[in-house]
Design a binder for this molecule. Structure first.
Ligand code: HAM
Length: 429
């Protein structure tokens, strides 16, 4: 036998049973985003490498260590997108979508990062991102946070907590950076190797360290909040008031710095304790300088991305059933004539009751084996077409989930019987 090939490490197949959960999640997200007036934008999976180094930042883990970069045949350096914001900004600038216009956009799809795979962290993972352009105030920051909150409610997910912080404007941040670097240098002996390296290249990221031994040092570090410029302080205060008025709990986490360099002012993460180390299921913030940095006009912007793989783990843990995929009715037949009638019946059911899940048995076999198959497929009913039914234009209906006598019905009577089930297409019973 030839050698079997395996999927690339960190890149997962989603098998049909799980795909039902993905469909339910994606449908819920699409619905909520539409309710807030966000429009879909579809973006390429591959962009010029330069787009990511110029936006995410040269000295970030993503750009330094995690990008799938390769030369195109003409020598251009391309990369599989590690995130969606940069491509979204690139597309908006390229197509002139931001000239004195507000845009509320969303996108969905695979992102790629060469990280060490573990539960909740993969090399190909899925995000849905939402980005709002042209709105400078905290009102839209609050809107984006409320979208998340509504979605968790809709999906019945509890134990997702909101953390927010402000990174201020770039000038305030560079002042803070200098202050933090001085402090960390004074604590150099207590730092681990990773933090010592980051101290010079990206000191804010030291605050992100999960090393328990470092926590007392980090707890005592000066915080960005103390260095905030006045306007950013006002922005944060207003955002907090808006969240409170909306009845949302939040925690200000002065050590929330995010791993991408483009943020200004508001940053936030939705974190759950139920998934272990990889608990951030949604993250984002404001990036007022990025559009201009990528060649557009000065445009405020803010957004978030949801990590779908992690959301799926949460939904599965709490037993969410996903969208229904079991056939409502499974059509069986025996004999050439009956099989032809059965096919017409199946098509008629699909024509007249859109949304009804009708599976027709293919491949022949005895009634008994066909009915066994209907049962294994999880069908609610079996429609049986034998010689007698074919000749009379009737069908025998068998309820596979209740101990009731089977009935022979006209096709019209069958349609009437199935009518209430046809509309019940979204979620499994
Ligand atoms: P991010 O924090 O890099 O932000 O990613 C957002 C979310 O994607 C994370 O919170 C996590 O749920 C998920 N995620 C990230 N990496 C992985 C991975 N290796 N495996 C599984 N899930 C992962 C961004 O990407 C920004 N573009 C968000 C944003 C949009 N900011 C403004 N607009």
């Amino acid at each position: 036998m030839s050698k079997r090939l395996q999927a690339v490490r960190g890149m997962n197949d989603v098998l049909p049973e799980r795909a039902a959960l993905w469909q339910a999640l994606e449908a819920a997200i699409r619905e909520v985003l539409a309710e807030y007036g966000y429009q879909e934008i579809r973006l390429p999976l591959i962009e010029r490498t330069e787009l990511f180094s110029r936006s995410i930042g040269e000295v970030t883990d993503i750009v330094e260590k995690e990008m799938y970069t390769f030369p195109d045949r003409n020598g251009d350096s391309l990369a599989l997108r590690p995130e969606g914001t940069a491509g979204c900004v690139r597309a908006c600038v390229q197509h002139g979508l931001l000239h004195n216009q507000v845009q509320r956009l969303w996108y969905a799809g695979s992102m790629f990062r060469y990280e060490r795979p573990q539960k909740g962290r993969y090399r190909q993972f899925y995000q849905v991102g939402a980005e709002a352009f042209g709105l400078p105030g905290p009102d839209v920051d609050a809107e984006l946070i409320l979208i998340g909150a509504r979605l968790w409610r809709q999906l019945g997910l509890q134990s997702i907590a909101l953390q927010i912080n402000s990174l201020g404007v770039p000038e305030a941040r560079s002042r803070y950076r200098a202050q933090l670097t001085d402090y960390l240098r004074s604590q150099f002996d207590a730092l681990d190797g990773d933090s010592r390296r980051r101290l010079e290249s990206n000191p804010l990221r030291v605050l992100d360290s999960k090393n328990p031994q470092l926590q007392p040092v980090l707890d005592a570090a000066p915080t960005m909040l103390d260095s905030l410029d006045q306007e950013s302080r006002r922005h944060l205060d207003r955002l907090c008031r808006l969240l409170e008025r909306a009845g949302l709990d939040y925690q200000i986490n002065p050590r929330l710095v995010r791993g991408l360099d483009y943020y200004t002012r508001t940053v936030f993460e939705w974190v759950t304790t139920t998934l272990g180390a990889q608990g951030t299921v949604c993250a984002g913030g404001r990036y007022d300088g990025l559009v201009q940095q990528l060649g557009g006009s000065d445009t405020p912007a803010v957004g978030f991305a949801i990590g779908l793989d992690r959301m799926i783990d949460m939904l599965a843990d709490q037993g969410h059933p996903g969208v229904a995929t079991d056939p409502t009715i499974y059509v069986v037949s025996a004999g050439d004539e009956a099989q032809m009638e059965a096919q017409v019946l199946a098509e008629t059911l699909r024509d007249r009751l859109p949304g009804l899940r009708v599976e027709q048995h293919c491949g022949g076999g005895s009634f008994k084996s066909q009915l066994r198959r209907a049962d294994r497929r999880g069908a609610r009913f079996a429609a049986i077409v034998g010689d007698r039914e074919a000749a009379e234009a009737t069908v025998t209906l068998k309820d596979l989930r209740a101990d009731l006598p089977q009935e022979t019905l006209s096709w019209e009577a069958l349609l009437a019987r199935l009518q209430p089930t046809a509309n019940d297409v979204s979620v499994k019973e």
